[in-house]
Design a protein around this ligand. Sequence first.
Ligand code: SF4
Ligand SMILES: [Zn+2]
Ligand SMILES: [Zn+2]
Length: 305
Amino acid sequence: MQCSKCGNPKVIYKREQSGQLLCKDCFIESIEKKVIKTVKKENLLDKGDKVLVALSGGKDSVTTLEILNTFRERNIIDICAVTVDEGIANYRQEGVDIAVRHAERLGIEHNVVSLKEEYGISLDEIMQRDNHKGSCTYCGVFRRTIINKAAREMHATKIATGHNLDDEVQAIMMNYLEGNMNNLGKLGAKTESQAEEFTVKIKPLREIPEREIGLYVVAKDLEVHFDSCPYAMQSFRGEVSEVINQLTQKHPTIKYSTLRGYDKMKPVMEKEFKKDYAHGRCERCGEPASNQLCKACSFLEELGV
Ligand code: SF4
Ligand SMILES: [Zn+2]
Ligand SMILES: [Zn+2]
């Protein structure tokens, strides 16, 4: 066995979908090149952008930061980061500490914002009061609101998230299975909202499978928080992920074909469903909203906060 690219006998990875064998250096290079290719193909960055990385300290966000930093080193963009502390006992703090260390190592502007400080309630406390919506619904809405606000406060022109191929395919399938066509139309490598207050979101890792990101951080010896969230398995996303991974064992290219199919459908869906974007303002907090209250504030009202 030898590396398909350079002939090095120390192979660390076999790419199932292509049969390619890779040594450590060629593997690292292949990931970085693929991310750069996505950035160029999807037009994710413009010279002079200030990109806010949503940095949880997990493998995906640390990889996003690491690869985007190569653009910063070449003076193409500036980078800042925000870490959301949802308030999940025995889980989140380690990720926050790791995020702080990466931001210090690279010398970038970094804020940590906690749900408790921002809204007066932590995710654990929310789950003690009401869990009929599921933790990830609350978590996603509050986190999104905090990141959008941080982007405005830090004058960022783009928000980069660590969504990988698995995340994106799960989101496509989940929205499809739930018949949620409005949300389905909003996925993709670059998400622009009609509301001016929302910063453009980009997903540079969208074409990298989750396991390759796991191997990338190990190969590059990057410090990351590997534990999974204690709430993760309760989610519909967890169930969908299991089914997709089972199918992938027999059909190794299925994640890519789902993604490519989605990208072909997206322009049609955007036309059909774009009316649902937020166009008003929340009466309680002033954030963009499609109803009287934004999603975060309507959850807070329901929870009596
Ligand atoms: S798994 Fe759900 S609850 Fe846990 S951090 Fe992710 S979105 Fe939040
Ligand atoms: Zn090699
Ligand atoms: Zn609000």
